[in-house]
Design a binder for this molecule. Structure first.
Ligand SMILES: Nc1ncnc2c1ncn2[C@@H]1O[C@H](COP(=O)(O)OP(=O)(O)OP(=O)(O)O)[C@@H](O)[C@H]1O
Length: 264
């Protein structure tokens, strides 16, 4: 069967005791596309990411990557197969250099293990040098400023540059799909605009690469993705272009429901 899908979720779900956190989600992501996932707090968006990336094992349904069933595989293997992600909270190594943080993103696909490093140091050194060259290339695409500062520790970077570096590290995996969890949180208008430009530039540089993004910030959701998916109580309740999805009564209800709770 011919399929143009990069990622296919079929009836994906997980139950924590009595709570169905993700409930029978069907979703298809095509190559070279941007999809945003929105929905009220606690709707199950992060849990959906954890199911796709192998952090949680689904209790129902399937995850297919280019037609291959990867459901329930360990997180490192799913990463090797081409799904990279960033997290809501930063996971950079602050004491390491900017460049080393990108090189660390490659470890899932480099051959040299500890043993090789000990027994065949010349080969390990060559491989590390090749990684450094590649990491420099990635930094250049993301930001010339990060590239210029590549030997400085990551810990000194402001928030927007940290996010950039996390995307650079995800790119180091040579992924087919990158999952971003609230990339614009804590950003002002300028940083958010820059983030969108970064994502578009990376996509132009890497044909076939797709993004799946959890986002609350409507400036980004209105502008960046071709498809918006709305999750509420673990279920997909809408999917389509933002201009259409935002007008759907059930989407408005989901958000109004949350407002009512917040103002209670
Ligand atoms: N490991 C777990 N054990 C039990 N319940 C969990 C677990 N992880 C998530 N949940 C529950 O599943 C539901 C969905 O949570 P999730 O974090 O995926 O929502 P979210 O849409 O990402 O919310 P937010 O926008 O606040 O990050 C919540 O009710 C949460 O408490």
């Amino acid at each position: 069967m011919m399929s143009t899908a990069l990622l296919d979720l079929k009836g994906l779900g997980i139950r924590f005791g009595g709570l169905v956190a993700v409930d029978g989600v069907d979703l298809t992501i095509r190559p070279s596309t941007i999809t945003c996932i929105i929905g009220p707090n606690g709707a199950g968006k992060s849990t959906l990411f954890n199911l796709i990336t192998g952090i949680y094992r689904p209790t129902s349904g399937q995850v297919l990557l280019k037609g291959e069933d990867i459901t329930g595989q360990p997180a490192y293997r799913i990463a090797e197969k081409g799904i990279a992600r960033t997290f809501q909270s930063s996971r950079l190594f602050d004491d390491l250099s900017i460049l080393d943080n990108v090189i660390i993103g490659m470890h899932a696909r480099t051959r040299t293990g500890v043993l090789t490093a000990l027994l065949r140091p010349a080969r390990a050194k060559r491989e590390l040098e090749a990684c450094a060259v590649e990491a420099e290339e990635i930094l250049r695409v993301i930001s010339d400023e990060l590239y210029q500062r590549r030997y400085e520790p990551a810990g000194i970077l402001p928030q927007a540059d940290r996010r950039r570096l996390e995307i650079a590290r995800a790119l180091a995996l040579k992924p087919q799909l990158i999952l971003l969890d609230e990339p614009s949180s804590g950003m002002d208008d300028r940083d958010t605009a820059a983030l969108m430009a970064d994502i578009r530039r990376v996509m132009a540089d890497r044909p076939g690469l797709s993004f799946l993004i959890i986002e609350h910030d409507m400036r980004l959701v209105a502008d960046l993705p071709e498809t918006v998916v709305v999750i509420d109580y673990g279920k997909k309740i809408a999917e389509g272009p933002f201009a259409e999805v935002r007008l759907m009564p059930r989407v408005q209800q989901a958000y109004l429901g949350q407002k009512a709770v917040e103002h209670a």
